[in-house]
Design a protein around this ligand. Structure first.
Ligand SMILES: Cc1cc2nc3c(=O)[nH]c(=O)nc-3n(C[C@H](O)[C@H](O)[C@H](O)COP(=O)(O)O)c2cc1C
Length: 177
């Protein structure tokens, strides 16, 4: 099933945007429709119609979200919209050198979205800039699994009985995190 999703990018020096572009390439090659939006000038209204989102953000300062995400984050905290129609995944970029605040920008988004009723699919991807791996490569691998889980969840939501029947018949069980 083809997904239609939006990647929201919080970045200071462009790494998260590059990661989002790589992820977009991978997802589009798999037949999904992907829009990238920088968090600059976004507000809580971006989630109004619900849907599937990928948050891709770095961390700065003392575990803060990047500058271009500050207003967006503040508007979510202020307006506290009901996000029960939102499904999301989260790619958090950070550096373990900042050991007390590793990936805290992404973690803060995750906590807030969950508080507001959004549902995360799969664990956060936390990329460590000091690990020697390239974030766009790690994210390109991770997102394949993420998209499969979102697809499985959507199929289940659309046809819960069919899912139960397949499971009862001994088909592989899909584990949701
Ligand atoms: C001044 C500065 C502060 C940072 N603070 C943190 C931090 O508190 N925690 C963390 O995990 N990473 C921190 N980082 C690492 C960045 O989040 C990481 O390098 C990320 O890949 C940058 O992505 P971007 O170019 O999209 O902003 C910091 C980097 C800089 C330059």
């Amino acid at each position: 099933m083809a997904l239609s999703l939006t990647i929201l990018v919080g970045t200071m020096t462009g790494t998260a945007e590059m990661v989002a572009q790589e992820v977009q390439t991978v997802l589009e090659a798999a037949g999904h429709a992907v829009t990238i939006r920088m968090m600059d000038d976004l507000d809580a209204g971006v989630f109004q119609a619900g849907g599937t989102f990928l948050i891709c953000t770095s961390t700065y300062g003392q575990g803060d979200v990047p500058d271009n995400a500050q207003e967006f984050f503040a508007s979510l905290e202020r307006e506290r919209p009901d996000l029960t129609g939102v499904t999301y995944g989260l790619i958090a970029l950070g550096d373990r050198t900042y050991k007390d605040t590793f990936c805290e920008g992404g973690i803060r988004f995750d906590q807030l979205l969950t508080e507001l009723g959004a549902r995360r699919t799969a664990e956060l991807l936390k990329h460590d800039a000091s690990s020697g791996t390239l974030p766009e490569e790690v994210a390109a691998q991770w997102v394949v699994h993420w998209a499969e889980m979102v697809e499985a969840d959507s199929a289940h939501a659309n046809n819960p009985d069919g899912e139960n029947q397949r499971q009862a018949a001994g088909s592989p069980r899909i584990t949701r995190i």
